[in-house]
Design a binder for this molecule. Structure first.
Ligand code: 3PY
Ligand code: MG
Length: 255
């Protein structure tokens, strides 16, 4: 699934995903795959996700053809190792503000010689028939490492962050970035569009892909897509559920 995701990015296609804040079931990935989505993000920053369930969710997502990404709560290499060696095949690392931080998380996400990930007895991602050495080599190619640009500091350093080997994509956290810019919730602010263009350009110059999450409204998204955003966090499972529930209520109240 990492390779398929990369192929979409190389072709300039969209990859649609959702973060899982509410879904704690291995059905989440297959359900979103059936809806034509391409990735899920198991969210350890903003939900009470459990490593135990993350394992089941990630492996079932892989079997459904989705890229299972995990958002760790921070940059701790031990947390990253636990998520990746137990099923996740990608990272969305929050609040990466400097090139040094980006370098550390990129190394934490790969086995030697490209990184410092500790070798487990088995690696379940590619089926149990794949030997460990081969599985680790495949993993190093497949794992997708994205770093979140979501502060003024990160934006000031975005060109240096984009040049770090082992970083595959830049991912803008629009909500946090707007907060840090003193424009909370203003997804239509020209400052955000400028930040998206700068990040998209830094990604393109370094052969990376770019993506983002944040707004629900379609208006701002048009500008973001024009600026090259391709890995799209459409919305989270909680807001998808609320929107669906409100639609149904409106229908039955009006019927
Ligand atoms: C943000 O918008 O800050 C995010 O982290 C997206 O989930
Ligand atoms: Mg954020």
């Amino acid at each position: 699934p990492g390779t398929a995701f990369r192929a979409r990015m190389r072709a300039g296609e969209l990859a649609l995903g959702s973060n899982l804040r509410l879904s704690r079931s291995a059905e989440a990935g297959p359900i979103l795959a059936a809806c034509g989505f391409h990735w899920v993000m198991i969210d350890f920053e903003h939900s009470p996700a459990s490593p135990h369930l993350a394992h089941d969710i990630a492996l079932s997502a892989i079997r459904a053809g989705l890229l299972p990404m995990a958002r760790p709560s921070g940059h701790d290499p031990r947390e990253i190792a636990g998520l990746l060696t137990n099923g996740a095949l990608g990272l969305v690392v929050p609040h990466v503000d400097t090139a040094a931080q980006a370098e550390a998380v990129a190394r934490a996400a790969r086995f030697a010689p490209r990184g410092a990930l500790s070798v487990p007895g088995t690696l379940a991602h590619f089926g149990y028939g794949t030997g460990l050495a081969e599985a680790c080599a495949i993993f190093n190619e497949e794992v997708v490492v994205t770093v979140m640009i979501e502060s003024r500091t990160a934006l000031a350093n975005v060109e240096a962050i984009a040049a770090v080997p082992g970083v595959d994509g830049l991912f803008i956290g629009a909500s946090d970035l707007l907060w840090d810019l003193g424009l909370p919730g203003r997804y239509d602010a020209p400052e955000l569009q400028e930040a998206v263009e700068r990040t998209g350009a830094a990604a393109a110059r370094n052969g990376l892909f770019a993506g983002m999450g944040g707004p629900r409204d379609e208006g701002p998204w048009r500008g973001f897509l024009r600026a090259g955003m391709r890995m799209i966090l459409t919305e989270n499972d909680l807001s998808l559920m609320m929107r669906g529930a409100r639609d149904r209520r409106a229908f039955f109240e009006g019927a």
